[in-house]
Each structure stands twice: as structure tokens, then as C-alpha cells.
Design a protein around this ligand. Structure first.
Ligand code: MSP
Length: 507
């Protein structure tokens, strides 16, 4: 049995404002953190997010803003924190790579690896993409263009420090291939991708320094003060610096490490599935349990980018439709490992179908019946009521209620699937709506079948309570609001949860 759950998001670059892509990982991580808190207890879950504040991108952005890098990052980080607040992201810790605790850990790591001989000095000649801050092999580059961003790469020659990756390549392949590590990289298609890459290419050692003349904004190498640390090497270490892995030798294994789950986007798989495990192995630190790479949100066929002018600001969507609607759409519309297409039209469609017609309608009609037939008192389950025979659909509903939690748990803790458990919850909601249409409670009332009516309403109340319990990690506010309306012996009917959006009045 797992006793603790340490979950991380990538630390976001603060060179620009956060957009829906960033919010996706945080919403997914938040859902898993909330869910695990319900199961393991609040004290056994640690949810870490934060910001990646060094490197060329930040230096460039701060130059453009005519601020010092520190002033610049201090300003942008506020936008991230505000967004997480607006999206109900319940992180336990927020790490910034400019914090002392982080800098101290990075320097310690560099020192250990340098002393061990896993970091060495060499002359570097290679192809470098400045915007991506990535070195490429000649074999990876076509027409002198960066394989990621398609901008020109530069030839660079300078003295630098290198971290031995190749030394650990064989070990890594074996580690990933072990049957007990089948969940080390998920989805399994990504695991295959990493393995294939490792089998085809010999890893070049990683250049982990930048000379100060070229880049000043970074953590100085403790053994070579004329160089700062390459931003990716700096950034990955946040996952251990935040939990104090190196702070106290006696507590070498802090309470939280290893992470149960690193959630990342598919674009940063190589750094997390190759560099990071090798850094940990070289430090003799345990591996994280799972690295899960999710897909990308696209706008039509395009990536979101400032230059294309198609960046969607999550705050605009939340102001228009509400936090839970936004969370629901992102988690439901696309299986977590795949790419999705974001559009307001698609969101409104889901809103009207799933939230207004299905969930909202069920809650509203049940509250209305309790108001009408029982003056707001939720009919209690007494022995007699339980004895009433339900029809086949009623029995089916009862059995789904019993297994719903298990089904949700299997998808969430199995393959980090959010879409499937929501589909399961909606299966129950829809069946309950059908049950109402079929049973025609107004006829039961007319015919004075009071016991049948009570049993029927009881079951619907159970459906709503159970679905809302299972929904609470995905849509915390909605679950709260349902609880407030239907949580005790007497209902407290409010406005419909999700009033239908008239498509003709919104664009
Ligand atoms: N700073 C690095 C991560 C270091 S982690 C040790 C970084 N930052 S980022 O701000 O560029 O991206 C952060 C995350 O946002 C990545 O996981 C990335 O996949 C995700 N997304 C950025 N745009 C996205 C979409 N359009 N869709 C989904 N997620 C995307 O990389």
C-alpha cells in the first residue's frame, strides 16, 4: 500500500504570462493531489509546483522589459501565483529557482558530481539553438535549423563543463526495460519512444555550463565561478531541492522523495526521462516512480504562441464560464496522453451537453421533487423503503454506485486517466436521468405510491451524493455546492448549477 504521494508539475518559465498549456499540468496535478488527500490523508500528500527563473530566455525577456532579471522574475511570478489561485490549485509548496534553498542544492549536486568525476571540463564545439537553449547533434539538425523551433542554430566553440550521460546509458536502458519499472515512463508509447532513442543514439555528454560572458543569469558553478549552470540542469534539481533532500545528511531520505509522479508535457520528455534519471543515479538517489508525459493543447492545427497571436488566457475563460467548467473541459475532452484542440465552441458544447443537460439537470430535478413532494425534507431510508423492489434500471444504478469509486480509482492511479473516470461518473448520471424519465415519478405521486416514490428519490439522492463525492477532486466547487444543497436532511435549493448557454448569444 502506498503511504505517501509526492506529485510535481514542471517549473514554468517566467519569460511570459501563463496560458492554458501551463494550466493543464497544474489542473491535472491538482486533481490527483486532491484525490490522494482524500485517500491517504492531507498530511501524506505533497504537491509541488514552481517557476524556472534562470537562463537565456529570462535574461532576454528582462532586457526587453528594461528590468533587471530579478526584478523581472519577481514581477512575472506573481501572475503564475494569481492564476493558480484563480484555478483553485491546491499546491503545498511553490519553488522558485532563484531561492536560496534551490541554489544551495544545485551547488551541492554540482560539487558532488564534480568530485566524483562525473562532471569534467572540455572544449565544446557544437550547434546551439539560443531560443531553445539546446545543443543539437549534427545528425539531428537539418538545413542548420533547430529541430524543435525551426530557427537557425549557431556553431559554438568554448570551454565548458560536461556531465557524463553516456556512462549511464546502458544502465538506463536496462532500468527502463525491467518489468517492475513498466510504469516508469507513461504512457507506454512515450516509454517506447525513449527506449528507441536510447537504442539508436549514443548519448553525448551534457554541456551543463555557460560561460559568464555569454550568460550571466544563472547559478555559478562552485568549482568554476566564471561559468553558470545550464538552465535545464538547474531546473530538474528543483524536485529534490524543494523537499530538502540535501539539507540534512542524517535525513538523506526526506519524507517525500522519491516522487510518486512527475507530470510533464511531451515536449520535455527527454530531459525528464533521460537527464533526470541519470543525474539521480549518479547521485545515488532513488528514482521517481513515474514520469507521465501529457499531450499538447493546440489551436486548430497550430501550436499556441505569442507570435501567432493565438494564446488563450485561462483567466478569460474562467471569467466567462467558471473555474470548474474550465477544469472539466480540459480533463474530460481529451485522454491525458493525447493532443487536444482548444476552442470556446467545443467548451460550450460540453458545457451544454454534460454540465447543463446531464449533471445540472439531475441535481435540479431531484431537488425540485424533494421540495414538491416532501417540503424539502430528504426522505430517510427506513427498513420498509429498502424492501421496495426497484426495477431493473434501479438495480443497475445501485450496483454502479457500489463500484464507482473503484472504477475512478483504477483509472486515476493506473494510467493517470482523467477522461475515463469522468465518463464513468457521467454514465451513472445519465442512467439516473433515464431512470427519472422511465419511472415518471409524477405518476407515482398521483397514484399515491408513496413508498415507491420514496425509494426512488432515495436512490437518486444517493446517485448525486456518490457522483459528487467522486467529482470533488476534479470539480471541487461544484461538489461543494451540491453538498450545500443536498448534504444534510433538508435540502437547500439554490440556482441551477449550470444554466444552459444560448449559442446564438455567445461567440
Ligand atoms: N521550464 C521548463 C520545465 C522545467 S521542469 C524541471 C519548461 N517550461 S515551460 O513553461 O515552457 O513549459 C512548462 C510546461 O507547460 C511543459 O510541460 C509544457 O509541456 C507545458 N505546455 C506548454 N504549452 C503547452 C500546450 N500548448 N499544451 C499543453 N501543455 C503545454 O518547459
Amino acid at each position: 500500500m502506498k503511504k505517501k504521494f509526492y506529485i510535481t508539475t514542471p517549473i514554468y518559465y517566467v519569460n511570459a504570462s501563463p496560458h492554458i498549456g501551463h494550466s493543464y499540468t497544474c489542473i491535472a496535478a491538482d486533481t490527483l493531489a486532491r484525490y490522494n488527500r482524500q485517500i491517504l490523508g492531507k498530511e501524506n500528500v505533497w504537491f509541488l509546483t514552481g517557476t524556472d527563473e534562470h537562463g537565456q530566455k529570462i535574461q532576454k525577456a528582462s532586457d526587453e522589459a528594461k528590468l533587471s532579471p530579478q526584478e523581472f522574475v519577481d514581477k512575472v511570478v506573481v501572475q503564475f501565483k494569481e492564476l493558480w489561485k484563480a484555478l483553485d490549485i491546491s499546491y503545498d509548496d511553490f519553488i522558485r529557482t532563484t531561492e536560496d534553498r534551490h541554489i544551495r542544492t544545485v551547488q551541492k549536486v554540482l560539487d558532488i558530481l564534480h568530485r566524483k568525476g562525473d562532471i569534467y571540463e572540455d572544449k565544446y564545439e557544437g550547434l546551439y539553438c539560443t531560443p531553445c537553449e539546446t545543443f543539437w547533434l549534427q545528425s539531428q539538425v537539418e538545413n542548420q535549423l533547430c529541430p524543435d523551433c525551426k530557427r537557425p542554430v549557431e556553431k559554438i566553440a568554448e570551454k565548458n563543463y560536461f556531465f557524463k550521460l553516456e556512462k549511464y546509458q546502458k544502465w538506463l536502458i536496462e532500468y527502463i526495460n525491467k518489468p517492475e519499472n513498466a510504469k516508469f515512463i507513461l504512457p507506454s508509447t512515450r516509454q517506447n519512444e525513449v527506449l528507441k532513442f536510447l537504442q539508436i543514439n549514443t548519448l553525448s555528454d551534457l554541456c551543463i555550463s555557460r560561460p559568464k560572458e555569454r550568460l550571466n543569469w544563472g547559478i555559478p558553478l562552485p568549482f568554476a565561478p566564471g561559468h553558470v549552470t545550464y538552465v535545464w540542469f538547474d531546473a530538474l534539481i528543483n524536485y529534490i531541492s524543494a523537499v530538502g533532500e540535501f539539507d540534512d545528511k542524517d535525513k538523506y531520505h526526506s519524507k517525500w522523495w522519491p516522487a510518486e509522479l512527475h507530470l510533464i508535457g511531451k515536449d520535455i520528455l527527454r530531459q525528464h526521462a533521460i537527464y533526470w534519471p541519470i543525474i539521480l543515479k549518479a547521485l545515488d538517489i532513488e528514482m521517481p516512480k513515474t514520469i507521465f508525459a501529457h499531450g499538447w493543447w493546440m489551436i486548430g492545427e497550430d501550436k499556441m504562441s505569442k507570435s501567432r497571436g493565438n494564446v488563450v488566457n485561462p483567466i478569460d475563460i474562467v471569467n466567462k464560464f467558471g473555474i470548474d467548467v474550465y477544469r472539466y473541459f480540459l480533463l474530460r475532452d481529451v485522454p491525458f496522453g493525447l493532443d487536444g484542440n482548444f476552442s470556446e465552441g467545443a467548451l460550450i458544447k460540453r458545457f451544454n451537453a454534460d454540465l447543463a443537460n446531464d449533471l445540472g439537470n439531475l441535481v435540479y430535478r431531484v431537488l425540485t421533487m424533494i421540495e414538491k413532494y416532501y417540503r424539502g425534507d430528504i426522505p430517510l431510508a427506513d427498513k420498509k423503503i429498502q424492501d421496495i423492489k426497484l426495477n431493473a434500471r434501479g438495480e443497475k444504478i445501485k450496483s454502479i454506485i457500489k463500484t464507482l469509486h473503484q472504477a475512478v480509482d483504477a483509472s486515476l492511479s493506473g494510467e493517470c486517466d482523467f477522461s475515463l473516470p469522468l465518463e464513468k461518473i457521467w454514465g451513472l448520471i445519465n442512467m439516473a436521468n433515464k431512470y427519472v424519465e422511465e419511472t415518471k415519478p409524477w405518476n407515482l405521486a398521483k397514484e399515491n405510491k408513496t413508498e415507491e416514490l420514496k425509494a426512488f428519490i432515495r436512490l437518486l439522492v444517493e446517485v448525486i451524493r456518490e457522483s459528487s463525492k467522486e467529482l470533488s477532486a476534479f470539480m471541487p466547487r461544484t461538489a461543494e455546492s451540491i453538498k450545500a444543497q443536498l448534504g444534510s436532511d433538508k435540502i437547500n435549493k439554490g440556482k441551477p448549477l449550470f444554466p444552459r448557454i444560448d449559442l446564438s448569444s455567445k461567440t
